[in-house]
Design a protein around this ligand. Sequence first.
Ligand code: BEZ
Ligand code: FE
Length: 287
Amino acid sequence: MRNLDENTITEAVLARHAQATDERLKHIVTSLVKHLHAFAREVNLTESEWEAGIRFLTEVGHITDEHRQEFILLSDTLGLSMLVTALAHRKPAGCTEATVFGPFFVDNAPPYNNGDDVANGAPGEPCFVSGAVRGPNGEAVSGARIEVWQADAKGLYDVQYNDTGTHRARGVLHSLPDGRYHFRSIVAEPYPIPHDGPVGRMLDALGRHPWRPAHLHFMITAPGYERLVTHVFREGDRYLDSDAVFGVRSSLIAQWHRHPAGTAPDGTAMATPYSTLEFDFVLNRST
Ligand code: BEZ
Ligand code: FE
């Protein structure tokens, strides 16, 4: 194969993969090459633009380590993560929709009982969260593992502080026999995704902001049901229609009700204002 030109090179590259034995890999790489070449032709990619792209991806790699995954942030901000989530979770109507996982999940979050305060000292206005976990036919899901994590009043997750090791505003609890759950935490606030690296510069160059609307993350698992990774977003947040990672779904938006000082739903005497949030989850059956 010689003298390849702009018209013949794509087929030549694809022909080189003819012997690949992994059919799925072959399918993916064939499509990738076709789309990459079509993209370069469509924008008439120059050599200096190609070099800038390589430099950008190199920086994304250099800033990535075990604490920071800039490639996932790139995928998130280009809408690829949410597209993959949408493709993987086409659920029957009525099931709670999935959204992006995000980079702030950690293994080994502390266990809690219903009613406990998962904030564990994280700054923020107290918030009492409750609801139920159900199946598609409305059946209570007892003993579902509910993992929750969220940013604090400063818009930071515990893992973004240097005093690592202390888990705050995250934890694991289990639904009660009637499917219900309840815990205390803090009011979620909007926050910018990490934007001091190449992805932040990309957003800036594109005239985009890095903010995410306030949300609580949930991961819920129960035998016989599909794992649910989702958020609950706060009604009224100014970033609901411009989430930096395209994760908002109307069905996941809920009202945080604010109350003056008084008696909280669990009977606690509150000397300061507090909020309440009620949200039910509907799990899809696993196949
Ligand atoms: C998050 O919600 O934690 C998140 C998701 C995607 C990118 C950055 C943060
Ligand atoms: Fe988040």
